[in-house]
Design a protein around this ligand. Sequence first.
Ligand code: ADP
Length: 203
Amino acid sequence: MFGPPAVGKGTQASRLAATHGIPHLSTGEMLRAAIAQGSRIGKKAKAIMDKGGLVPDGVVVKIVSERTTEADCAAGFILDGFPRTVGQAKAFDRLLKARKLALDHVIVLEADEAALIKRVENRANETRAAGKPVRSDDDPEVFKKRLKTYKAETAPVLPYYARQGKVRKVDGMKPIDEVTAQIEAALIAPPPGKSWLWRLFFG
Ligand code: ADP
């Protein structure tokens, strides 16, 4: 599940996980869990995340590598927020190859920046109004930095996967149910430029 921060990757990934009966693996959630446990990795990650930067590739690749060997991942898994750099994508490809696995799709949720900034502001206000703690990186300035990081370091992952024919784009600005329906349709559609007949024989 790919896209800018706050586009709704987590919401959609957890819906897909429930429908398809496979786990939802969010590297952001895993890092927040490491922070909550007060582990060494967690402490290092917190300083980076609070500034809107990216945790080093080696750290997240190790987390994903270990998590995906657990029994519940045997029938597949949905990644949310990983890979976030071309380095992570290459490391992940090596890992999949070594395990004789393949990535099926890269679902890209698209949205315009102004709408995302508004969305995060609203989310922070609603959470605060409900008396719950707001994510420290949902501060408006940090969020703008996260968007910048996305453009500079994460967006280049898309051409990498487009060359492999894996990318499926979905409009992330539509209502939640509509986005889910678009994703499900994208999962069964043939690769861009390929016909249904092609899929029947080679898909
Ligand atoms: P969002 O997608 O809204 O930015 P996440 O929960 O996915 O939220 O990520 C929160 C933060 O966790 C990121 O800004 C980044 O600092 C860190 N993070 C998550 N996944 C990765 C990753 N794959 N590589 C490096 N840092 C990551």
